[in-house]
Design a protein around this ligand. Structure first.
Ligand code: SAM
Length: 172
């Protein structure tokens, strides 16, 4: 998983472009490739994942940053992150949107934890999504996000499937 999804993780981090004074919430970091990339750029990175096995892999990959307090790992989900209200600048998520069992609850939660004007960048395998990217954008807009953009992106590699990506800002 780490190798197959790495290009997408890096692509999403480059789109979100977190800065050294920002707090980033990574949804479903899995083995932690995106977490490690964000930890090189942001002040604090919180990774939430319901899989203890994946949290362990992330902890191993980001051991130095965990020791330094830059990376914080939490047994949690997109719909219940455990983050404070308006406490994060950026939400990122790669290849786990199709696993969220209640997307409406997740949009509400992610809006709650983002600061006003905070941004969210998500990427998902198109073939595993149960909705189109336009339906996804409409959901996100209805949940209180603005300037919602979606597009498709082809990850490198002969076997990589098309990704649906989305960027939005929390309305003020
Ligand atoms: C296919 S892996 C992708 C991991 C990583 N983002 C990557 O691209 O390599 C999906 C990850 O999402 C996590 N996950 C599943 N349901 C979730 C949920 N409701 N909220 C947050 N993460 C979830 C899984 O435990 C797993 O670590």
């Amino acid at each position: 998983m780490a190798r197959g999804n790495a290009a997408t993780e890096h692509h999403v981090v480059s789109i979100a472009a977190p800065t050294a004074d920002e707090t980033v919430l990574v949804i479903g970091p899995g083995p932690g490739v995106g977490l490690a990339a964000v930890a090189e750029r942001a002040r604090t990175v919180i990774g939430v994942d319901p899989s203890r096995e994946m949290l362990e892999l992330s902890a191993r990959r980001c051991a130095g940053a965990v020791d330094d307090g830059v990376v914080v790992l939490r047994h949690a989900t997109a719909a219940r992150t455990g983050a404070e209200d308006e406490s994060v600048d950026v939400v990122l998520g790669v290849n786990n949107l199709h696993l969220w069992d209640d997307r409406a609850a997740a949009w509400s939660e992610l809006r709650r934890v983002l600061r006003p004007s905070g941004r969210m960048v998500l990427s998902a395998h198109e073939k595993w999504l149960s909705v189109t990217r336009h339906e996804l954008a409409a959901e996100v807009e209805a949940a209180g996000f603005t300037d919602v953009q979606t597009w498709t992106w082809q990850p490198p590699g002969p076997l990589a499937g098309l990704a649906v990506q989305l960027r939005a800002w929390r309305a003020g």
